[in-house]
Ligand binder design. Structure first.
Ligand SMILES: *Cc1c(COP(=O)(O)O)cnc(C)c1O
Length: 391
């Protein structure tokens, strides 16, 4: 650790291996993983089909280049477009990069329409990544502080406030797109109303803006459907994916539909590593396993079980402000900062996260069983109660 730059205040634990929702540390202690590498390990740890797919692909071909056709990339694009109802994909290596691609696509779309200072509407408390442009789109002053000058071309509005977006439309003729998380993850598990999402989409159609959704955290089954925007019945022009797509190998994707899929031409955008055979094989295996094991339904049902259990045990406890979420993306907002709970849970063999200071965030693997949800509830609930009583 002495030679790592100081970007993380790390917890004092290192894992050596995992199986399903369980992780083992150097001392052989076992932990229930209710964070899944921040919504990455949807298949849990050591899924045999995934491991086999990665090993087989590594033996065949790991990397060539995007100057050639990449067969696994074409297969993954075809499959992803089919499940998402989109027309084309650009693959990259992370959520931030996928958002960068979307931001560049929106700007180019604007220029092609004669708008010289294209502007994106973004949300308060949004999280889109830590590169300079995505940090500028992000709505966290804490994350931005010290990195100014930020990139221009973003207008920020309150989340779930359609009037605020309509007001920007009236006064700003440079807008080319809206960028929305259907459920804000890092911002504290805030869910966008369905009527709001539908209203945004309508406004985008009227104004010829691109409706872009950042599903880096919500996508690939996390909320019980392939994509959270499906629950609102709206289809985006641009769909941004990453975290759960590769089950732990780094892959991001920017999908586009209709006119948005016609914007990029050769030379406009690119990547050395993005969409290589290895990561695409892992993502293909992920999608196959999600289907064959019925993980969308499992995320829905286990999510309901989890939220019902939390509601029953905690909703009326003093200090619990709200229990929010969808599928296996759940937040418990307390009335006080609760970062200390992460260490208390760790000591009890439970991996959780706290985001936005006061929100306990649960993102367990999508393969979690009924009995494992019961275990999660019985481990977590007393901890939260003791924390609130003892404070
Ligand atoms: C995590 C996250 C990102 C950034 O992804 P990285 O892979 O960390 O760059 C972007 N958007 C959302 C909604 C996220 O949750």
């Amino acid at each position: 650790m002495d030679h790592l730059l100081n970007t993380y205040a790390r917890l004092p634990v290192a894992f050596t291996h995992g199986r399903g929702v369980w992780l083992w540390d150097e001392e052989g202690r076992v932990y229930l993983d209710a964070l899944a590498g921040i919504a990455v390990n949807g298949l849990g740890h050591g899924h045999p089909h995934l491991v086999r797919a990665i090993a087989d692909q590594a033996g065949q071909l790991i990397h060539t280049s995007n100057v050639y056709r990449v067969l696994r990339q074409e297969q993954l694009a075809e499959r992803l477009c089919r499940i998402a109802g989109m027309d084309g994909v650009f693959f990259c290596n992370s959520g931030a990069e996928a958002n960068e691609a979307a931001i560049k696509l929106a700007r180019l779309y604007g220029h092609q329409r004669g708008i010289e200072l294209p502007t994106l509407i973004v949300m308060e408390k949004a999280w889109h990544g830590r590169t300079i442009a995505t940090l500028s789109a992000t709505g966290s002053r804490k994350a931005q502080a010290g990195f100014e000058p930020l990139v221009s071309g973003f207008v920020r509005v309150p989340y779930n406030d359609l009037e605020a977006v309509a007001a920007v439309a009236e006064r700003n003729s440079n807008v080319v797109a809206v960028l929305l998380e259907p459920i804000q993850g890092e911002g504290g598990i805030h869910v966008a109303d369905h009527a709001y999402q539908q209203g945004l989409k309508r406004l985008c159609e009227e104004r010829q803006w691109l409706y872009m959704v950042d599903e880096v955290q919500t996508g690939i089954g996390r909320t019980g459907d392939w994509f959270a925007t499906q629950q609102a019945g709206v289809s985006p022009d641009v769909l941004i994916l990453a975290k759960g797509l590769g089950s732990g190998v780094p892959i991001g994707a920017c999908l586009a539909r209709g006119k948005a899929a016609e914007v990029f031409k050769p030379g406009n955008h690119g990547t050395t590593f993005g969409g290589g055979p290895l990561v695409c094989a892992a993502a293909l295996a992920t999608l196959e396993i999600m289907e064959s094991e019925g993980l969308l339904a499992n995320a829905r049902e286990r999510g309901e079980q989890l939220r019902a259990g939390l509601e029953t045990a905690l909703a009326s406890v003093a200090g619990v402000v709200a229990i929010r979420g969808q599928g296996l993306m759940v937040g418990i907002e307390l009335d006080r900062p609760c970062g200390a709970l992460v260490t208390l849970a760790l000591e009890k063999g439970l991996l959780i996260n706290v985001t936005s200071d006061k929100v306990i965030r649960l993102l367990p693997p999508l393969i979690i069983t009924k009995a494992e949800i019961e275990r999660l509830l019985s481990d977590l609930i007393p901890l939260v109660r003791q924390f609130l009583e003892g404070a």
